[in-house]
Design a protein around this ligand. Structure first.
Ligand SMILES: [Zn+2]
Length: 138
């Protein structure tokens, strides 16, 4: 759809890409490791997907969450599906740390602190290797 950033997908740092959905690393200051799982076509809601598509999408969300927990040891993982202004199905998987800019409040609130937390070396390569087990048809 014209004007939809998730349809365009320009400038994404893709960690995995399948036929129906993809995983991107979001480079958001203060929130290292923030990932999105994005459905490739312009679908508004999770329940627009078939049962099989829902299962594949959430399987990927879970795999990303497991990988982030293993690699970054966050205090909490936040899962969020928003996209109210431009409905295109995607899920945020956000590792949270006590020193992140809005902890323990939602990441969308104004920051209350700065953080110097950075991703470990080779993080993207490690994530790509962990996600390589996904079925590329999915
Ligand atoms: Zn779209």
């Amino acid at each position: 759809m014209d004007g939809c950033p998730h349809c365009a997908g320009v400038g994404e740092d893709r960690l995995w890409e399948g036929a129906t959905h993809r995983v991107v690393l979001v480079h958001q200051d203060g929130f290292p490791g923030w990932c999105r799982v994005i459905w490739n076509t312009h679908v508004g809601e999770y329940t627009d997907l078939s049962e099989g598509e829902r299962a594949r999408f959430m399987h990927t969300v879970a795999l990303v969450e497991e990988a982030l927990r293993a690699e970054l040891k966050p205090a909490k993982i936040n899962l969020a599906s928003l996209g109210t202004a431009m409905p295109h199905l995607h899920m945020h998987i956000i590792p949270r740390f006590p020193d992140d800019p809005t902890f323990p409040d939602p990441v969308w609130l104004p920051p209350v602190r700065a953080t110097n937390r950075a991703l470990p070396p080779q993080f993207s390569d490690t994530m790509r290797a962990r996600l390589a087990v996904l079925d590329p048809a999915g």
